[in-house]
Ligand binder design. Structure first.
Ligand code: ADP
Length: 163
């Protein structure tokens, strides 16, 4: 089965990675679909985000990384995905995610959305929090894959001097 995992991934965090690793074990193939939405003013370009995800998932079989704009259901059809994968961190994610899942089901009745609950240790993580910490010079090494940490340090020039 192929799961489509759509998102902004601006940037990829260890929470996203946890979901990707668990989903590939469950479904066999995961297409990570990076949303190209110029209105969101992303920190990283789509190409940078794709490079980061490819580098961080190199050790896994069954991962494709693509970009998309427009509707997720169209992206799922293009890549022949069997289901949409989304993550749930807390109740605060739930209302928004449920609304999107219902909308997508009204557009593509055969396409299920499957939610995986985040691992507890990643439940506080979001791309915005990671960017905020990096912007003010905090270490993000425990929050993101090493390729992403390097890019964040370069972007915000916040690398800690080696101890
Ligand atoms: P979007 O802008 O579409 O919400 P994100 O990149 O923020 O894109 O998130 C993509 C998906 O990954 C969403 O389903 C989100 O709930 C999930 N996600 C985000 N952070 C985590 C995390 N720490 N653990 C598990 N899932 C997460």
């Amino acid at each position: 089965m192929r799961a489509l995992y759509p998102g902004s991934f601006d940037p990829l965090t260890n929470g996203h990675m946890d979901l990707i690793e668990r989903a590939v074990a469950l479904f066999g193939t995961v297409t990570v679909a990076v949303l190209s939405n110029p209105n969101k003013k992303p920190a990283f370009s789509v190409d940078q985000r794709i490079d980061q995800i490819q580098a961080a998932t190199r050790h896994l079989d069954g991962i494709d990384v693509v970009s998309f704009d427009g509707l997720t259901v169209h992206c799922a059809a293009t890549h022949q995905a069997d289901l949409i994968l989304r993550g749930l961190r807390a109740m605060s994610d739930f209302e928004y995610e449920l609304q999107i899942a219902h909308t997508n089901r009204s557009l593509a009745a055969d396409l299920e959305t499957v939610f995986l609950a985040t691992s507890t240790r990643h439940s506080f993580l979001s791309s915005s929090v990671v960017k905020e910490v990096a912007r003010f010079g905090g270490s993000v090494d425990h929050m993101v894959p090493k390729e992403v940490a390097k890019d964040l340090n370069r972007l915000f020039n916040s690398a800690f001097p080696p101890r």
